[in-house]
Design a protein around this ligand. Structure first.
Ligand code: ATP
Ligand code: MG
Length: 424
């Protein structure tokens, strides 16, 4: 038969195989399923190995000392082997409300009776390509939903009626987009048009879960492709309304694309990446606009910047949460943008000492690439970082001469910024 019907068994995690044989030896059914089988069929390296079984979480827990039960509504078991975690999930029935955090919480009772049969487990999965089961012991592949054919045709197809499945869990729209970006597959046409008409439902999903999905979309190495697909399928604006709106009058689209592109490249080179940088790009022009609005309303520079950042970030939090550990650095990247033009005295060296200088400098270069006029500021900083002390003095001198000395004496007002947020 075709190449797709075979699995390269040496690529299967040894630990996952161990878990499966232990379960089977104890009389349970156990299969590899989901992304790992999909990726193995595509000769890609799976991110992780998921196992489906008819053993309950407690029964699984009993077989593996190195395991723990996680999850509230629907509990799964993590079996740990050093750094590798094998996720073991009990077959679920059609009413498993595992993804239902997004539906109205009020009045929803935790349904304990959600375990299902093997067949039920197949049909509650999202896409056909994610519902192929493989038993490494018996070397048996079970594909009741037609996933192999869809993988062969590079097609993302929901199991069952797309609109119904997307309503059930709107996050599936983002999952479809993510798999499209990652695998280069097409969205089946009904699925595509349903995403087009149901995109707004994503706003019912809790902001924390959406943040997790955004991370997967933008920080898995194919963020640019995910962004293009989100734009094409009308999803971007539901997640980032201010950013989407600012595309009409600003270079937001360019800047986001550049930031994602640079992130994809860094991931490829195994360099560190952070969502703070991407969010800084997503919301840069909304921030600049808000800051200008506040300045026009009479607020002075740094107070306006601080308040603009607060306003823009807290509005975005309504859609996708942004944990403090990322919103902090994001603000620093923004605030440093207005320190970068100051190139006299000790300022450049102090700016360079800031722990977020490197990110802020990279961000400046992207703003320039997106078309912002900064009078070669990026070039200046590129040279300054490498320059000898003597050359540094010359450079400061030159930029001072060029700079108009119409220092407006700013009113001395005590700043309400903390050390990290300082502006000049
Ligand atoms: P990845 O490569 O990102 O790990 P994956 O397909 O394995 O992709 P997971 O989030 O690890 O995605 O989920 C494992 C499996 O669980 C999926 O393949 C799918 O069968 C099922 N699944 C996950 N999320 C959903 C969902 N929202 N609705 C239905 N089934 C889901
Ligand atoms: Mg997975």
């Amino acid at each position: 038969m075709n190449a797709l019907s075979s699995i390269e068994e040496s690529a299967i995690s040894v630990n996952a195989s161990k878990v499966i044989s232990r379960l089977q030896e104890n009389g349970y059914q156990a299969y590899l399923v989901g992304g790992c089988i999909r990726d193995l069929l595509l000769r890609k390296t799976p991110k992780d190995f998921d196992i489906a079984t008819d053993a309950t979480p407690e029964e699984v827990r009993e077989l593996f000392r190195n395991s723990r039960i996680i999850g509230k509504r629907f509990r799964i078991v993590h079996v740990r082997f050093g750094r590798e975690i094998i996720e073991v999930t009990t077959f679920r029935g059609p009413h498993a409300e595992e993804y239902d955090e997004n539906h109205s919480d009020a009045g929803m009772t935790l349904n304990d009776n959600v375990y299902g049969t093997f067949e039920e487990d197949v049909f509650r999965r999202d896409f056909t390509m994610n519902a192929i089961y493989f038993d490494p012991q018996g070397k048996d592949m079970i594909d009741l939903a037609g996933g192999t054919a869809d993988i062969e045709n590079q097609m993302i197809r929901t199991i069952g009626n797309p609109a119904g499945r997307l309503r059930e869990d709107p996050v599936r729209m983002l999952r479809a987009i993510r798999f499209q970006a990652k695998l280069g597959f097409a969205l089946e046409s009904d699925l595509k048009s349903s995403i087009g008409s149901l995109g707004h439902l994503i706003q019912d999903v809790p902001a924390a879960r959406l943040f997790e999905e955004v991370l997967k979309l933008f920080l898995s190495g194919y963020g640019t492709a995910a962004f293009e697909s989100m734009m094409e399928n009308g999803m971007y604006g539901w997640l980032f309304p201010d950013s989407k709106r600012s595309m009409e009058s600003n270079a937001t689209e360019e800047l986001v694309r550049l930031a994602l592109n640079s992130t994809d490249q860094r991931i490829e080179k195994r360099m560190p990446v952070t969502p703070a940088f991407i969010y800084a790009a997503v919301l840069w022009y909304p921030f600049v606009e808000e800051k200008e609005r506040l300045e026009q309303a009479g607020e002075i520079n740094h107070a306006a910047a601080n308040e603009a950042a607060n306003n823009v970030i807290s509005k975005q939090q309504l859609f996708t949460s942004i944990p403090k550990r990322f919103s902090g650095p994001m603000r620093e990247i923004w605030f440093l943008q207005s320190r970068l033009p100051a190139r006299f005295g000790q300022k450049p060296d102090r700016t360079m000492d800031h722990k977020r200088f490197r990110a802020a400098y990279d961000f400046l270069l992207l703003r320039e690439l997106a078309g912002e006029q900064t009078e070669q500021l990026g070039e200046w900083w590129t040279e300054y970082q490498e320059a000898t002390d003597e050359r540094k003095l010359d450079m400061k001198q030159a930029s001072n001469n060029g700079r108009q000395r119409k220092r407006k004496r700013k009113p001395r007002k005590k700043s309400n910024l903390n050390d990290n947020d300082q502006l000049n």
